[in-house]
Design a protein around this ligand. Structure first.
Ligand code: GTP
Ligand code: MG
Length: 463
């Protein structure tokens, strides 16, 4: 039961940025879209167009002066984004032209669309469910390939299908349970307790799986994080500068130069890659340094890829060896070992140490810019591995979905508890109904204007 105000007015908004690019599109949705367009368009036959066609011609102002030569896309209801009659006009990208055209449509009685209003109408007209409508905004705002992929999959309906399937299973059980309640003969059960358990338990597992994989969209959007770590003075900041090709971080011969976290984002291998330089890891009494070291250690656990930098010109200290041992364990597939300062004489014992441990190392000189491209290649390989790992999953990223799914899980667990405590079927049916309602809420089948307004106000104009 949707408590939604139906919109009948015709709305308009630019759907591309008026700045940059050579064309700008404006979109008009509603039953006045076509007649108003026809009034100012040179090809009056458009009014009889069967729809889903492209028309070319000139667009004039109120006095009949040509404003621009345009391309018009006419999508006839219901085969359009919003489900209504939709006109999209492609003008040359000049704010003067766009403003004049929009003013004309508003003069003719259209209203400027609110943020997300086209998508809201698409939802109301059942062109998509609420999960998909929310994915449109996620797709526009995605800042990492992972977030983008996830929103595309969600828009394609992957998550909706999973939620709908869970709901369908529960509805099957619920209808048997309700039938049983209507059926007065206590000895002849339509659905046995075991059948209820057998239906609810796997559903709880499915829900739990989705909940466990919940990824805050902030995390999903953060891009790939590459941490530069190692003992003090090994050349971490010099490597950071070499990777960024500019003097971003202070470098000095004094150990403990970097104390805070310094990061910078670059586009690499189609991803936003965040390089992070940190304080050298070592034991210290200095209060400020301790804080820096703690922060650096914490990051080791959080990032996607670690560059462990070693100074090959000095005999490895215990600190170096400890870091190598802890970061190059068999399962630490995200660490890349870097041997720096190869422009100086390399310590033989270091080579032997690494050979004995069968550890590969990329030998570089940060200050001379030697082999920096090899590090980038290695990072790209790891990024591709991360990409492959993420390929199949569709993550729950929306807190609204998470909360509702958590509620559904609670109600289902209550049913299992209820069966254990010999509760009557009427109580089990109540919990089951509420679990189904929580799932309907996610899909937007039960919603109100307030919920919708809250969701769609986060959209940009024109979507
Ligand atoms: N010869 C040589 N010296 C280098 C190289 N890389 C860094 N250095 C020098 O090593 C010293 C320390 O460099 P940094 O980049 O500040 O080292 P860091 O690991 O960031 O040091 P902390 O921030 O103190 O932990 C500086 O004097 C650099 O010039 C290199 O490839 N070759
Ligand atoms: Mg440094």
């Amino acid at each position: 039961m949707n408590i939604i105000t139906e919109n009948t007015d015709t709305i308009i908004a630019p759907i591309t940025s008026a700045f940059g690019g050579s064309v700008s599109l404006i979109r008009i949705s509603g039953n006045r879209a076509l007649p108003i367009t026809a009034k100012y368009f040179s090809d009056i036959k458009i009014i009889k167009s069967p729809g889903n066609k492209i028309h070319t011609g000139s667009f004039s102002d109120m006095d009949g002066n040509i404003v621009d030569h345009v391309v018009i896309y006419y999508y006839k209801s219901p085969r359009s984004y919003t489900g209504e009659d939709v006109i999209e006009i492609s003008f040359h990208s000049n704010p003067l032209i766009i403003n004049e055209a929009i003013d004309l449509f508003i003069y003719e009685g259209c209203r400027f669309a609110e943020p997300g209003e086209f998508t809201k109408r698409a939802f109301i007209n059942e062109k998509m469910d609420l999960i998909q409508a929310e994915a449109v905004a996620d797709m526009i705002n995605a800042k990492s390939k992972k977030a983008l992929k996830n929103s595309v999959k969600t828009l394609e309906g992957n998550l909706s299908r999973e939620i709908s399937q869970i709901k369908k299973n529960l509805i099957n059980t619920a209808s048997l349970l309700e039938l049983d309640l209507d059926f007065t003969d206590d000895d002849l059960k339509i659905i046995q307790k075991e059948d209820i358990i057998n239906s609810i338990k796997p559903t709880i597992y499915k829900i739990k799986y989705l909940l466990d994989n919940y990824q805050d969209s902030k995390l999903l959007n953060k891009g790939i994080e590459v941490l530069i770590t190692g003992k003090p003075n090994v050349g971490k900041s010099s490597l950071m500068n070499a990777l960024l090709k500019r003097d971003r971080v202070i470098v000095s011969e004094i150990p403990g130069t970097t104390r805070d976290i310094v990061h910078e984002d670059v586009i690499q291998n189609g991803h936003i890659v965040r390089y992070i330089d940190t304080a050298g890891i070592h034991y210290t009494d200095n209060k400020i340094e301790i804080e820096g070291v703690e922060r650096a250690k914490k990051l080791i656990k959080e990032v996607d890829i670690i560059l462990l930098v070693l100074d090959l010109s000095e005999i490895f200290s215990d600190e170096d060896k400890k870091l190598i041992d802890s970061l190059c364990k068999k399962n630490s597939k995200n660490t890349i070992l870097i041997g720096n300062k190869t422009d100086k004489k390399t310590e033989k014992s270091n080579e032997i140490f690494l050979q004995n441990k069968k550890i590969n190392i990329i030998k570089i000189s940060a200050t001379k810019g030697r082999n920096i491209s090899k590090i980038k290649e290695s990072i790209n390989i790891k990024i591709n591995e991360i990409d492959r790992e993420d390929n199949e999953e569709v993550y729950l990223t929306n807190y609204r979905h998470y909360k509702a799914l958590k509620n559904a899980e609670e109600y289902l667990k209550n049913i299992l508890k209820g069966i254990k405590n010999e509760m009557g079927y009427e109580f089990l049916a109540l919990d089951l109904r509420q679990a189904i309602e929580a799932l309907s809420e996610i899909l937007g089948e039960i919603t109100t204007d307030d919920i919708l307004n809250n969701i769609f106000k986060q959209y940009c104009i024109g979507k």
